[in-house]
Structure formats: structure tokens, C-alpha cells
Design a protein around this ligand. Structure first.
Ligand code: NAI
Length: 252
């Protein structure tokens, strides 16, 4: 058990990558707060974790709201007694160019993908610092490291996640807090299907294209979860400010 006695928060915990990671963290001994906009789906993940014999709570929240983030942190501390690990993973994508994107959509993507991480860190870092440290993992994207077509707000937001991660690592390393980003390539979740729909493309063809990389397949959520568990655990004790790419070779 690599995470025994650790208390973790996972945002977007009802989605593909979040669910797999919440399960994986719990299986390594962590108590997990599963946070999602979709409270019912979060509760279903909590039920799965509890059925497997582990401890979890569900918290419905919009991660772009400061009041909601404060409630998430307070609830986790009240239930578990602290916070050692945060996986800032909730995210949305809009498959539009700059010309096609409204200012409101731009702000929403940045609210969910970027502001959320700032808010979570603002409220959780003092708790981690008082306890002597912690590990924060932020979900970036291959598209946060290089450009991608028709996803202007998403690419900009994920680039911000990668560099915000480095800045957080510099500021809070002296307090024993490690901050890293995990950057997936195409992963088999609802987001890919949502993208196909937004682009008006055939889902099967879109998914087949996602497999066009050296390892000849898209990723599975558990493969991102494994990287997050490693970054959360003491096995990565000298790793901070890094952008770990988990993409089957797509960036190369
Ligand atoms: P998903 O759509 O399955 O999960 C996203 C979850 O975030 C959903 O459960 C959704 O309800 C939740 N969420 C959305 N807005 C929220 C809000 N305002 N507050 C709280 N929760 C909210 O998608 P997936 O693939 O699991 O995405 C997880 C992360 O991985 C995202 O940040 C995404 O950008 C990133 N990512 C995904 C890739 C993929 O190919 N699936 C590739 C690279 C990055």
C-alpha cells in the first residue's frame, strides 16, 4: 500500500480518468474525496470504492467556484482530518477556433481548467504546509505542450496548467509540497466521444485516428491513474515541477 493514511481529493472524479484514479488511489490505501459537477455520478464512484472495501466520500461541486472549492476542502478535512494529495483533473474541451469561440465559452474553459487549480491550491496549500507537505497533480494534456487544431481555448488552458504547475512547484517546494502535471494523449473516455460529436465526425473514425501513434492505440484511464499514483506517492519524492507525458508516444 503506497498511500496508506493519505487523504486525497480527486476533481472530475466521476469522469473517465478521475474515476480510474480515485479507484487506484483508494486501492493503495488513500481515503478519497470524489469531487464532480455531476454529484450522482460522483456518488456512484464512491459506492464502487466502498464496495471494494475502501474509504471515500462524494462532494458535488463546480470547481470554478471559490465557494465550492472552499466547501470541498473543508468537507475533506472534516471527514478525513487533512489533505495530503490533490488531483486537479476536472476539465472540459470546446473544439472551436478563435473565430468560432465566444468570450463566454473562453471564460468557461479557463474557469474549469485553470482557475479551478489556482483556487484549489490557494485553499489547500496552507493545510498541506501546516502538515509538512503534500503532492498536487494537475491534469494537463499533450495539447498543453504542443498545439492542436480547433481547440484554441483548450490548448491555451492546458498550456497554462503546465506552466502554473511549474510556478506552484517553485513557490511551495520549500514547504514540502510537490506539484507536477500529468499530460495524457488521447484516452478512452467520454471526452473523446464528446469531441467527435462537437466536430460532427463519426465516432468510430475519430477513435481510430486517436490510435495513430507509436503504440498503435489510445490510452486507457488506468494508465493515467498509474502515473498519478506514482506522483502522489513517496516513490516520486524528488520529482516536482515536471510535466509527465503519458501518451503512447504521440508527442515524439
Ligand atoms: P471526462 O469528460 O470523462 O471527465 C471529466 C469530468 O470532469 C466529468 O466527470 C465532468 O462532470 C467533470 N467536470 C466538468 N466540469 C466540471 C466542473 N466545473 N466542476 C467539477 N467537475 C467538472 O473526461 P476525461 O477524459 O476523464 O478528462 C479528465 C481530464 O483529462 C480533463 O482535464 C481533460 O482535459 C484531460 N485530458 C483528457 C484526454 C482524453 O483524451 N480523454 C487527453 C488529455 C487530457
Amino acid at each position: 500500500m503506497r498511500l496508506e493514511h493519505k487523504k486525497a481529493i480527486v476533481t472530475g472524479g466521476a469522469g473517465g480518468i478521475g474515476r480510474a484514479t480515485a479507484m487506484a488511489l483508494a486501492a493503495e490505501g488513500a481515503e478519497v474525496a470524489v469531487v464532480d459537477l455531476n454529484g450522482e455520478a460522483a456518488d456512484a464512484v464512491v459506492a464502487e470504492i466502498r464496495d471494494a472495501g475502501f474509504r471515500a466520500i462524494g462532494v458535488q461541486a463546480d470547481v470554478s467556484s471559490e465557494a465550492d472549492i472552499e466547501r470541498v476542502v473543508a468537507t475533506t478535512v472534516a471527514e478525513f482530518g487533512g489533505v495530503d494529495v490533490v488531483f486537479n483533473n476536472a476539465g472540459i474541451i470546446r473544439r472551436t477556433t478563435a473565430v468560432e469561440t465566444s468570450a463566454e465559452e473562453w471564460d468557461r474553459v479557463f474557469g474549469v481548467n485553470v482557475r479551478s487549480i489556482f483556487l484549489m491550491c490557494k485553499h489547500v496549500v496552507p493545510i498541506m504546509a501546516a502538515a509538512g507537505g503534500g503532492s498536487i497533480i494537475n491534469t494537463g494534456s499533450g495539447w498543453g505542450l504542443k498545439g492542436g487544431g480547433r481547440a484554441i481555448s483548450y490548448c491555451a488552458s492546458k498550456g497554462a496548467v503546465v506552466n502554473m504547475t511549474r510556478a506552484l512547484a517553485i513557490d511551495h517546494g520549500p514547504q514540502g509540497i510537490r506539484v507536477n502535471s500529468v499530460n495524457p494523449g488521447d484516452v478512452n473516455t467520454g471526452m473523446l466521444r464528446d469531441e467527435a460529436q462537437q466536430l460532427g465526425e463519426d465516432t468510430a473514425a475519430f477513435l481510430a485516428e486517436a490510435a495513430d501513434r507509436p503504440l498503435r492505440r489510445m490510452g486507457e484511464p488506468r494508465e493515467i491513474a498509474a502515473a498519478v499514483v506514482w506522483l502522489a506517492s513517496d516513490e516520486s519524492s524528488y520529482v516536482t515541477g515536471s510535466a509527465l507525458v503519458v501518451d503512447g508516444g504521440g508527442i515524439a
